[in-house]
Ligand binder design. Structure first.
Ligand SMILES: [Zn+2]
Length: 586
């Protein structure tokens, strides 16, 4: 065992150990001097034979000063590390040289060749103001031990090297440092599970354990902490924290770990979700949906819509708390044929919009017929809503024409939702209808007769009288509804029905996500100052069916989740009336 102690060993300390005086042999040398170390091993070998176990225990520092690294002198750094690091290196070097020489001369491997290096918990946790010491100990207990572990077995197949890293040990080197109970608390109790400092025997027993092949023969390259379960050291002592708290009350605070300047700039977004339901029921088979082949079975699907689909959707909207934040477009025929279901829709608080009487297509009617249908339905809806006239209209099967818009304007409608010159922003009607129908080629005429552009009027400017009196168009199309992919009409070639709801749900989310990421910013893009809208058209006859309604439930649930995750007021569910008003007043 090597140590840094210039005093002679007091052998009387071991009088009660049988034969200690004969068995204890000390050699004085200088760890800074390689020849001195070499001589020490030779002296030991000549007394007992080859040395098999080395405990390399060099560890000095200057405890009289505590110096930050920017003030640390090269002399102190060199002095400490010459002894601790270079001294340990030379000790191991000459220990193993004599192992090598003995084995070469006897042609036999020595028994129980092992090295234990004294490391330190300062090598684990560092030691403030003693970089020279902590650095050297870390180098020894990790870098040196793990390297020599792999080299030593080339020399002796069972040879091992380990380190012990003690925390505070009760030796005279501590001096009076821990006499102060608060100092003892801070250094050796506050962060130590066993709440005490080690006795030298605690460290020595661990070293004896590691030194023996019999007890630790399969342990090598390890650094074992003998520190009572230390977790680290306090950086701020009790009184330092208490005095700092006092200072904070009267002055600066540093409670945030990230400077305010690094917060991402807050850019506001806006998305208005305007869900709608077209309560077509039987009317869907009377007007635009009429074919001579329609059978009793086909009409029964219209009855399903009213008797089953409407109730399912109403309960679902109530569950998600959006019943009064969406719009039902109800044909007059459904109001008259299914008064109970219609009353339930009205009672839900939803907005009621018009949708023809028998789901008539505008192009099939005279203007007079269009007017009669519209006025009849206004009357029906107004009675339903206790005198409140409907302000929204959706043309059955999107069959709207210039005369329809004119009629709606004459009856003070606020908005229509049948066209798609945009897909996620409202715009003004009657523009951008062309002043004249587009020129269709007549191939019996010279080409020059049809090669003409279509004149499209510009949208009125916000704030002008024209804009104030214009109707609003809230886009609706085959792409924003459920029937296109999920409905099936046996006599209409373009309808499908057998489509996975997952595919449809994904299409709807693709719409939402793209708009949210690209066109909902209030400070830039097409929605600058307004954001974007998300119109949707569902039908009880398809969305109310038991293989679809679960997806509708899930979809609305996710929309609500997105609303809650967004900034306050960024995403809202709104009736189309509310959306149209917000566009007018923007
Ligand atoms: Zn319809």
């Amino acid at each position: 065992m090597t140590g840094f102690d210039r005093r002679e060993v007091d052998k009387t300390l071991y009088d009660d150990i049988s034969g200690a005086t004969e068995r204890l042999f000390s050699v004085t040398g200088d760890l800074k001097d390689e020849s001195s170390i070499h001589k020490a091993f030779n002296d030991a070998k000549s007394r007992f034979g080859p040395v098999q176990i080395l405990v390399a225990n060099a560890g000095i520092t200057d405890e009289s000063t505590h110096t930050a690294i920017w003030d640390l002198s090269v002399e102190l750094w060199d002095s400490v590390n010459t002894t601790n690091v270079r001294g340990t290196f030379l000790t191991i070097k000459h220990f193993l040289q004599q192992v090598r020489d003995v084995q070469a001369s006897t042609n036999n491997e020595l028994e129980n060749v092992s090295i234990v290096v004294t490391g330190s918990e300062t090598g684990v946790f560092g030691q403030e103001y003693h970089a020279e010491y902590a650095t050297g100990k870390a180098g020894l207990q990790y870098g040196l031990v793990k390297t020599v572990k792999n080299e030593i077995v080339r020399l002796n197949a069972k040879a091992r090297i380990n380190a012990v890293a003690p925390g505070w040990v009760n030796t005279p080197l501590i001096g009076d440092r821990l006499d102060d109970p608060r100092e003892l608390w801070a250094e050796a109790q506050a962060t130590v599970a066993l709440k005490k400092i080690a006795q030298p025997e605690d460290v020595a027993r661990c070293m004896a354990f590691l030194a023996s092949h019999r007890t630790a023969g399969h342990i090598t390259g390890q650094c074992i902490s003998v520190d009572g379960g230390q977790e680290g050291r306090l950086l701020w002592k009790e009184e330092q924290v208490l005095s700092a708290a006092k200072a904070q009350r009267s002055g600066t605070s540093h409670s945030t770990s990230m400077p305010a300047e690094l917060e991402p700039p807050k850019r506001a977004r806006r998305m208005r979700i305007c869900l709608s339901v077209d309560f077509d029921a039987i009317s869907g088979y009377l007007g635009t949906g009429h074919t001579p082949e329609n059978t009793l079975a086909d009409y029964s699907a219209g009855i399903f819509s009213a008797n089953v689909g409407v109730g399912r959707l109403l309960r679902l909207f109530a569950k998600h708390g959006i019943s009064d934040k969406l719009t039902w477009f109800i044909p007059g025929h459904s109001m008259d044929t299914f008064p109970e279901q219609t009353a339930a829709v009205v009672a839900s608080g939803a907005e009621i919009g018009l949708h023809g009487y028998s789901h008539e297509g505008a192009y099939a009617m005279t203007v007079e017929q269009e007017k009669d249908v519209l006025e009849k339905c206004i009357d029906l809806a107004t009675k339903l809503k206790d005198g409140k006239r409907p302000v929204g209209y959706r043309a059955p099967l999107y069959q709207i024409r210039e005369t329809t818009v004119k009629l709606l304007q004459e009856h003070d409608f606020l908005y229509d939702s049948s066209m798609n010159a945009h897909d996620s922003l409202p715009y003004y009607l009657p523009r951008p209808f062309p002043g004249q129908p587009p020129h269709v080629p007549d191939y019996n005429q010279p080409a020059a007769s049809w090669m003409k552009p279509t004149a499209l009027p510009q949208q009125p400017v916000v704030g002008t009288a024209e804009a104030d009196t214009a109707m609003i168009e809230i886009p609706g199309s085959w792409y924003t509804e459920d029937m296109t992919p999920l409905g099936f009409y046996p006599y209409t070639a373009s309808t499908q029905g057998y489509v996975s709801v997952d595919v449809v749900e994904k299409i709807w989310w693709d719409r939402f996500d793209w708009l949210w990421e690209n066109e909902s910013w209030l400070d830039e893009g097409p929605g600058e100052g307004y954001g974007s809208i998300y119109p949707m058209i569902w039908h009880p006859e398809s969305s109310g069916r038991n293989h679809i309604v679960g997806m509708i439930d899930r979809f609305i649930g996710k929309l609500v989740t997105r609303m809650k995750a967004a900034g306050s007021g960024e995403i809202t569910f709104e009736t189309m009336e509310s959306v149209a008003k917000s566009w007018k007043s923007r």
